[in-house]
Design a protein around this ligand. Structure first.
Ligand code: ZN
Length: 278
């Protein structure tokens, strides 16, 4: 759950309180303890939601559907519009979305964008696309090894998991984030396999590290509009290779040769029918 810090939570409550009671700051301070208790409650609930989301990743059954539709979506902090969207998406695509607790103002826009993307993937694939059983916007950031960082690791913006039927987790809800990350993770969800890194011959290897700059098809990624400092990530393994390409807003404009490479690495051919996006 996207827990805010207690200080952040307090200042929000204080601003709200001051607006409602312009001169009564002292009584706000006396309420500090009750806000602390409210935070504890929120924290306890977030643990329950996290457990339930985990259950849903591997169980699409009567129980998970019942709890999702009758309990989860009825949370008091959801507007009727958000509740309705969550139910529609769950009914139509069998995707249970867990919304960021901070309910960023973008939340409804994000749900609409996701619905549009699910429809596009369904249409392009003629119904063959695999949807994530859970899209979780409440997960803490996951670390990954990042050679470019002095710390040797970075924090992911999102991930798709092989062991949870391709469930997708992302940090926070924003339209920009979904535009940047969703197709990458959906590509993994539609390509659930465990493989090693590239075979020798395709890329140049030095000390077991793949040297992306020397690699073939670098220019093809550039042409697709993938940021230059992100391209090396594609050379981790074939799964990342196709997932990074899928981030392009104009995938269908790639050369026939590059297209064939992507298909050989596991990209479903119908993905080239996806409409361009932002
Ligand atoms: Zn990836």
């Amino acid at each position: 759950m996207g827990l805010t810090s207690f200080d952040e939570y307090l200042s929000l409550q204080q601003a709200k309180y001051e607006k409602e009671h312009p001169v009564a700051l002292e009584s706000f301070i006396s309420k500090r303890k009750s806000y602390m208790e409210a935070m504890v409650q929120e924290f306890e609930e977030s643990l329950r939601v996290e457990n339930f989301a985990d259950y849903c990743k591997n169980h699409n059954d009567e129980l998970s559907n019942y709890i999702y539709n009758e309990v989860y979506v009825n949370r008091q902090d959801f507007t009727p519009e958000i509740k309705q969207k969550l139910i529609e998406i769950s009914d139509k695509y069998n995707v249970k979305i867990f919304v960021d607790a901070s309910l960023d103002k973008d939340a409804l826009e994000c749900l609409k964008l996701l619905e549009k993307e699910y429809a596009a993937w369904g249409k392009a694939s003629d119904g063959a696309a695999k949807y994530p059983p859970v899209m979780d916007f409440t997960q803490a950031k996951r670390k990954y090894n990042d050679n470019k960082s002095a710390y040797g690791m970075g924090l992911t913006a999102g991930f798709s998991e092989c062991y949870t039927n391709g469930s997708i987790s992302m940090n926070g809800m924003s339209v920009d984030m979904i535009n940047q990350v969703f197709r990458h993770e959906m590509t993994h969800t539609n390509d659930l396999k465990l493989v090693g890194s590239f075979e020798d011959g395709f890329v140049v290897k030095e000390n077991d590290k793949i040297i992306a700059e020397k690699c073939k098809y670098y220019d093809d990624f550039v042409k697709l509009g993938i940021a230059k400092d992100h391209i090396p990530y594609a050379y981790n393994n074939p799964m990342e290779f196709i997932a990074v390409a899928a981030e392009s807003s104009k995938l269908n404009e790639c050369s026939p040769e590059f297209k064939q490479v992507l298909i050989d690495f596991g990209m479903p051919e119908w993905m080239f029918k996806l409409p361009n996006h932002n």
